[in-house]
Design a protein. Structure first.
Length: 266
């Protein structure tokens, strides 16, 4: 399995989605650190006042109060914005579930995907940091927005050449991605789709849930091509499982031809 090496800086955060929605744990850590700082300042208040009295004339208590208030407001605003973005993602998913019958996944934007979509003809709308992927009979579609989703891109199944799992290195952490190779207007582009979790604190979908999505996409791809009378690519067709019984049947079927070849050689 090949690896796509991506530095952590390749995950940009646009103005409308700040802060980056990677981990809720980071926000909780910042909030906990803020509470710890406030507690320490409260416990050492008398000592700080004595120290401030020895300094040049400055309104120390007022300045400290303004600083603590600013830190607290910033922490609360960060937490509130994080939960607002999560609520927006849930509203978009509910709206898409009411509109489509296919499976819906959450995708995380990264630099390689942005570059690939920029080269794919017909894709001009940039993706949000977290977006939704709808896989139905028509193909794969990518959606931004909240309760009123806006389609950013669409790939028909007839344009898909292969679907396979791979791995992306984001900073120092590996994460599985789905490589969807698309051919459109003579251009062949590989879209590395990083599936993200929609629950707080979940960065990327891994293990069994990830491979379940890959299998469902491959099955939809095969069904759509067969419905149009097209031959599925080799990398998309299911791999046959050879059991002991099927191996025996194959050996019986080919044994007369093997005997004829041996006789011809002798």
């Amino acid at each position: 399995m090949s690896r796509i090496v991506t530095p952590q800086s390749a995950f940009p955060t646009p103005a409308d989605d700040r802060p980056g929605e990677h981990r809720l744990a980071l926000t909780m850590t910042v909030a906990a650190a803020t509470v710890a700082v406030v507690a320490v300042l409260a416990a050492t208040g008398p000592m700080l006042e004595e120290l401030i009295d020895t300094l040049p004339s400055v309104n120390g208590p007022a300045a400290a109060g303004v600083f603590l208030a600013a830190v607290g407001v910033l922490a609360l605003a960060t937490i509130a914005l994080r939960f607002a973005l999560l609520a927006r993602n849930r509203a978009r998913r509910r709206a898409l579930e009411a509109r489509f019958e296919g499976g819906i996944s959450c995708g995380l934007r990264h630099r390689e995907l942005e570059d690939a979509l920029a080269e794919l003809p017909g894709c001009e709308v940039p993706l949000a940091t977290r977006y939704s992927i709808v896989a139905d009979q028509a193909g794969l579609s990518f959606w931004n927005g909240g309760a009123r989703p806006r389609r950013a891109a669409h790939v028909a199944w007839r344009e898909v050449r292969s679907i396979r799992p791979d791995e992306l290195i984001a900073g120092s952490r590996p994460a599985p991605v789905v490589i969807v190779r698309v051919r459109r207007q003579g251009t062949s582009i590989a879209l590395p789709l990083l599936l993200a979790g929609e629950q707080p604190g979940v960065f990327a979908v891994t293990d069994a849930p990830f491979y379940a999505v890959v299998r469902s996409w491959k099955a939809l791809h095969r069904t759509a091509l067969e419905h149009e009378g097209l031959e599925p690519p080799t990398s998309t067709t299911p791999i046959p499982v050879v059991t002991a019984s099927t191996a025996a049947l194959v050996d019986v079927a080919t044994s007369p031809r093997r005997a004829a070849r041996r006789a011809a050689r002798h």
